[in-house]
Write a protein that binds this ligand. Sequence first.
Ligand code: SAM
Length: 268
Amino acid sequence: MSQQENKKPGWGGRLSAPGALRELLGRHGFHFSKSLGQNFLINPSVCPRMAEACGAQECAGVLEVGPGVGVLTWELSQVAKKVCAVELDTRLFPVLEETLAGCDNVKVIHGDVMKLDLSRLVQEEFGGGPICVCANLPYYITSPVILRLLEEELPLRAITVMVQKEAAARLCGAVSVAVHYRSVPRVLFPVSRGSFLPPPKVDSAVIRLDLREEPPVEVADEAWFFRVARGAFAQRRKTAANSLSSALGIPKPQVEAALAAVGAAGAR
Ligand code: SAM
């Protein structure tokens, strides 16, 4: 094979070099948005490990949330049949066009992952799946995104995501009933804050949730189950009774009585 034929399309590994990334972003007049959780990966070992670990080969494709400049997207395109990446920030589209040029198995879709019709997307882009999810999630919606993916009846095999270390412990820990109900979670590897541009205040970790074929317990009303699970952990600094009362619109004494009945009075 000639050198030309061997050459991979797009920017590939060059995106992990801080200098090259700064040059690219500067040329496109891009400034990081803190409110969109934009901390881009610059550690060259992380994306190949995530792409390798996410189970792409066994699926019809990979759904990525928030491709940023495409550093993980590019790695996924090397191992997956198809990659569909949902990005909210339209300023990144010209950048992605450049960095993923020639990556014919990648499609970037504009949208908010919390609002998109994901079932339709999986049907249209992946012929109904099965798919896996791989992403460096924007930290401000880590739990909502994961809960949404678990709650909807999507043909998902696994979810491999970068989250802040505290969120990794919370999501993989025993308190995360919704996660354990739908999946078997584990922490894959830690990632230091210096692996990102700009560096966040805390370290991160990559976790993988393997979707169960059957839930471990029988639940009479799944929609209600997920509402309760979301409500109980929505406000981290509040007690479970306060959180549940405001999330479900049920008076606090009633919630307290229900929690006491299951031995969880005073839970946080
Ligand atoms: N994947 C890139 C990387 O690893 O360097 C970027 C990850 S950065 C932590 C999160 C990305 O999610 C950003 O590109 C941001 O614009 C995007 N994003 C934020 N909120 C989003 C939303 N609601 N829906 C889709 N993408 C979103």
